[in-house]
Design a protein around this ligand. Structure first.
Ligand SMILES: [Mn+2]
Length: 290
């Protein structure tokens, strides 16, 4: 029996440096936390790496949104995402990374990717976990932890949303204490599609870079390499072209599914799960490309 775990901690600005020291492993010693094994810290990695200090990342966002800040405002939310230890047993590093990527996709959809300034995975403590920090800035540019996290009830809706989202990928997860079958089917589908789209876009970008590199090599070696060598490069280039076309096609298909999402979800009253499953086709797409 295992659980996917999502926990929020509201933080005022003053704690930013302390939180950063833990998350980014900026201290030489961690006497206060005997769970940390510094010799394993090299195993930690980021899915989102901060460019500035936490304080600067926070201030930059607040400044950009020009939101009102009160002395007691929650300036950032410190999120921990993990699962029961047993879930990680027998999982490869790649599988563990995939788990955190799915979880981050969910969070980014809910709180806005632009609000997230760090997502770091700790492998040097007992159980693998991810720390994600974000500024609670709403779409209409208010700094409001309450609007984003909500009250007790919506916190339990957060847990439901997270559980149902993760369960699509990991059927072994069980819902925690308060099992509440309320979730928005459309939201799950949307997050999965967004994630699939993002992966496909990454593919397209990668292939384009590879093709540019090939062209560069080709133009530099046009006169000093054998015809055979040039033919080989040409062949690889042609293969990349096909790969690129396929990725673009996949992207278009996903976008189309995306625009039909309301159709898939229209018979599902918001808040009820699961009346009907989304159409086979979209599930197949999501499964294949996410
Ligand atoms: Mn940690």
């Amino acid at each position: 029996m295992s659980y996917a775990i999502l926990k929020f901690k509201k933080q005022r600005g003053a704690t930013a440096t302390g939180v950063e020291k833990h998350h980014e492993r900026e201290k030489n010693e961690y006497k206060s936390n005997p769970n940390i094994e510094p010799e394993k810290s090299y195993l930690n990695y980021h899915l989102i790496k901060p460019k500035l200090s936490y304080k600067e990342e926070i201030d930059k966002r607040i400044e950009k949104a020009a939101c009102k800040v009160k002395t007691d405002s929650v300036k950032f939310i410190d999120t921990v995402i993990t699962a029961s230890p047993i879930f990680f047993h027998n999982k490869t590093d790649e599988e563990i990374k995939a788990f955190f990527k799915h979880a981050l996709a969910f969070l980014a959809y809910r709180v806005g990717r632009e609000n997230i300034f760090t997502a770091v995975i700790h492998r040097d403590e007992k159980t693998a976990h991810m720390h994600v920090c974000f500024t609670p800035i709403t779409k209409d540019k208010r700094l409001s932890a309450k609007a984003i996290l909500g009250n007790q009830l919506s916190l339990s809706k957060w847990q439901d949303g997270f559980y149902f989202f993760m369960r699509k990928y990991y059927p072994e997860f069980e819902r925690g204490k308060r099992f509440n079958r309320i979730v928005n089917q459309k939201e799950i589908l949307t997050v999965q599609l967004e994630y699939a789209l993002e992966c496909t876009l990454e593919d397209i970008k990668r292939i384009k870079v590879e093709m540019r590199r090939l062209l560069y090599t080709l133009s530099n070696n046009l006169y000093n390499k054998s015809a055979n060598y040039l033919r080989k490069l040409r062949k690889i280039y042609d293969e990349k072209t096909v790969e690129l076309q396929e990725s673009v096609k996949r992207y278009e298909q996903l976008t189309k599914t995306f625009s039909n999402i309301n159709e898939f979800a229209k018979d599902v009253p918001v808040g009820i799960f699961p009346k009907i499953e989304p159409k086979e086709e979209s599930l197949r797409l999501v499964k294949r490309y996410s």
